[in-house]
Design a binder for this molecule. Structure first.
Ligand code: XIL
Length: 354
């Protein structure tokens, strides 16, 4: 009798939907699929072997993006050497779980390998290197990566172009010519993979401000002159819990989509204040965080041109925020260190369910 009961109990357990008790309702992914919305997360393929990491990712998201392994610093260990292995693992995971892959990124002032950042190249050499890089990487992932952040973070907060190796130090030969170097990168990208969607991606560009104005003016100019650009990525690394800076997100998104561009929310996280011990300073911040996720996701689902919503990682266990803020902030994502969904997760699910 006891054996029988045990067997029955086992059958009952096996019939329960997979995942934790908290996720018996539909996953983010199921709801996003119904809306034809892409819901994604930045990933590190080195974690795919951790079962809850892989399970949560495949269950909740229909898109992945490499957090680092497709950047210059990950994919190009030496001038004459490309390391596609880790990026290929991201693609393989996506194929196995029927997810899309977003590419990040082909030109950035940061995360460049030392041989590039500390090398001494002429503008002509840098120009050749960049064209070769964009072409080689995009051709390798052609048909696998559907959209690329071609250029990442080119503007300062005041809307001026940020000095960088690609712009003016020494640049690819278009120094002091404003967004001409960005334009050149987009032209090479279109030639390399005509089917991939090409994005410009930046941070602190959620609301209307001098920086998002500069992004908008560039996009408008590119559209007018036929420079190939398909979308703008709004990173959404949110620092202020008061939402002041992001309250005009809808207006900003609208002016971009009115140009015929897609918008993707590309790197959302909301870092919370931490004690020295790593504990939350204020438990109520979890609810404030949930409201910020709710706000951004609501703006996205209400704007037809907002085609994707992505977070920068998905578990607090592996977020870049504690490292970046030297421990001052953390717990920025949808799942806690143990992969349990947080209030932010539930808020997002409510938005997608509506
Ligand atoms: C960050 C990664 O999360 C870190 O692991 C890495 O050390 C530095 O880059 N904006 C971007 C991302 O576009 O590429 C950055 O990712 C976070 C800010």
């Amino acid at each position: 009798m006891l054996m029988r009961f045990r067997r029955l109990f086992l059958v009952f357990i096996l019939l329960l939907p997979t995942g934790t008790g908290n996720t018996l309702a539909q996953s983010l992914r199921e709801q996003a699929d119904k809306r034809k919305l892409l819901i994604g997360a930045a990933v590190n393929p080195g974690r795919f072997s951790e079962a809850p990491y892989a399970e949560t990712l495949a269950r909740e998201f229909n898109m992945v993006e490499a957090e680092n392994v497709m950047k210059w610093g990950g994919i190009r260990p030496a001038q004459d050497k490309f390391n596609f292995g880790p990026g290929d693992q991201v693609v393989a995971f996506a194929v196995a779980h029927k997810m899309k892959v977003r590419g990040h990124c082909l030109l950035w002032s940061e995360y460049n390998p030392a041989w590039l950042a500390k090398g001494s190249f002429t503008p002509e050499q840098l120009s050749k290197l960049l064209e070769e890089h964009i072409t080689t990487v995009m051709k390798h992932y052609s048909g696998k990566v559907f959209a690329w952040d071609v250029v990442n973070e080119s503007f300062l907060a005041n809307g001026k172009i940020e000095p960088s190796i690609w712009y003016d130090s020494p640049g690819i030969g278009l120094a002091e010519k404003g967004t001409a170097y960005v334009e050149q990168a987009f032209r090479w990208a279109r030639a390399a993979d005509p089917k991939a969607l090409l994005f410009y991606n930046d941070y602190d560009t959620e609301g209307l401000n001098p920086k998002s104005d500069a992004v908008y003016e560039m996009a408008k100019d590119f559209k007018k002159r036929g420079v190939p650009i398909d979308g703008v990525g709004i990173q959404a690394h949110i620092i202020d819990l008061d939402m002041a800076g992001i309250s005009s997100l809808a207006a900003n998104m609208k002016r971009l989509t009115a140009l015929g561009l897609q918008v993707h929310i590309t790197e959302m996280d909301v870092g919370l204040r931490l004690e020295k011990t790593g504990a939350l300073m204020d438990q109520a911040d979890l609810d404030r965080q949930a409201e910020i996720y709710r706000f951004v996701a609501t703006v996205c689902v209400q704007e037809p041109g907002c085609a994707a919503f992505m977070t920068w990682g998905f578990t607090d266990k592996y977020s870049w925020i504690p490292g970046y803020t030297k421990g001052a902030k953390g717990k920025a994502l949808l799942f806690d260190q143990a992969y349990a969904p947080k209030p932010a997760y539930r808020a997002l699910r409510e938005v997608l369910a509506r």
